[in-house]
Design a protein around this ligand. Structure first.
Ligand code: SF4
Length: 266
C-alpha cells in the first residue's frame, strides 16, 4: 500500500491535464486534478477518473495483442509490447482483430447496440431550432487542438521534428486574412474569453471563413542550440475554458472556442 499522492498527467486527450493519483500497489486507487498545474489548475474530466478502469478492467481487450505473439499478464503484456517497439525500428505488428470478433463483444440480449439514448435524442431534437450564435466580441470559431500530420499530443517536444510547421501556425481562410490585413507567415493576436496568445499565420483555402485552428501538442518550452528555453507555438489548453464545456462528458469545448483575431503590425 502506498499512501502518497503522485503527480502525473492525463494522456487520454490532447489537453494533457495535470493530475494527482493515489496508488494501491500498481493500481490507481484515486485520481484528482492537480491544483498546482499551471494550465489545467485542478481541472480533470470524468475520463481521467476512469484511468484505473482502462488499465485493469476485466473487459479490456488483450486477445488482439496476444494474436500477434505477445505474452504476459497485466503490465507484463504492455511491457512486452513496449520493449518490441523499442527494439524494432522498422515497425511492430501490435494487434490482429478480425472484423467478426467485434460483434461477439456486443453483449446485449438482441446482439445490437441501442442508439436511442433519451438525453441525446432530446439534444439532437433541440438542434432543429438552434440558430448560429454571433458574438461581435468573438466573431471567430477557434478549433484549439487541430490534429495535423505533424502533431502527436505533447510527445513531440523538439520543434526541429516538425519542419513543415515549426511555429504551430494558426490556419485561416484567405478572405479572413485579407480582411485582417495578414500575410502568410504574419503574426496575429488571438483572444478568447479565457486568455490571449500570439501566433504565426498560415493562409489556406482548406479553412472556411470565420474558422481558425491551432494544432494540438504545441506551446511547449524547448531549448535552442545555446540551451536557452523558448516557448514554441501556442498551448491550446490555455485558450479554452473549463466553464465552457460539454454538459454530458464535462470536457471543455476545444473544437468550438469563440475567439477574436487581430493582426500584429509592429
Ligand atoms: S480533458 Fe479529461 S481526458 Fe483530456 S487530458 Fe484533461 S482529464 Fe484527461
Amino acid at each position: 500500500m502506498n499512501d502518497e499522492w503522485r503527480q502525473t498527467a492525463c494522456i487520454l486527450c490532447s489537453l494533457n491535464c495535470g493530475i494527482e493519483v493515489k496508488l494501491e500497489g500498481r493500481r490507481i486507487a484515486r485520481v484528482h486534478g492537480n491544483r498546482r498545474h499551471v494550465v489545467s489548475k485542478g481541472y480533470a474530466c470524468e475520463k481521467a477518473q476512469g484511468l484505473d478502469y482502462y488499465q485493469n478492467s476485466r473487459d479490456r481487450l488483450t486477445t488482439p495483442s496476444r494474436r500477434t505473439g505477445f505474452h504476459g499478464e497485466g503490465f507484463a503484456l504492455g511491457e512486452a509490447l513496449f520493449d518490441a517497439v523499442l527494439k524494432n525500428r522498422s515497425g511492430v505488428l501490435f494487434t490482429v482483430d478480425p472484423y467478426e470478433e467485434t460483434w461477439k463483444r456486443v453483449r446485449t440480449p438482441e446482439g445490437r447496440i441501442s442508439v436511442d439514448i433519451p438525453e441525446l435524442i432530446n439534444e439532437l431534437n433541440s438542434l432543429r431550432s438552434e440558430q448560429p450564435v454571433h458574438n461581435p466580441h468573438f466573431p471567430f470559431v477557434l478549433t484549439a487542438g487541430d490534429r495535423r500530420s505533424t502533431t502527436a499530443n505533447t510527445a513531440i517536444r523538439d520543434p526541429g521534428w516538425r519542419p513543415k510547421d515549426p511555429h504551430g501556425s494558426l490556419r485561416m481562410n484567405p478572405q479572413d486574412a485579407e480582411t485582417l490585413g495578414v500575410k502568410p507567415g504574419g503574426r496575429v493576436r488571438i483572444t478568447t474569453q479565457r486568455a490571449s496568445a500570439e501566433a504565426v499565420v498560415e493562409i489556406t483555402t482548406s479553412m472556411q471563413p470565420g474558422h481558425v485552428t491551432l494544432p494540438n501538442g504545441s506551446g511547449l518550452w524547448y531549448p535552442d542550440r545555446e540551451g536557452q528555453e523558448f516557448l514554441h507555438g501556442v498551448p491550446p489548453n490555455e485558450l479554452t475554458d473549463s466553464a465552457h464545456r460539454d454538459w454530458i462528458a464535462g470536457t471543455p469545448f476545444h473544437k468550438n472556442v469563440p475567439a477574436r483575431v487581430k493582426a500584429i503590425t509592429d
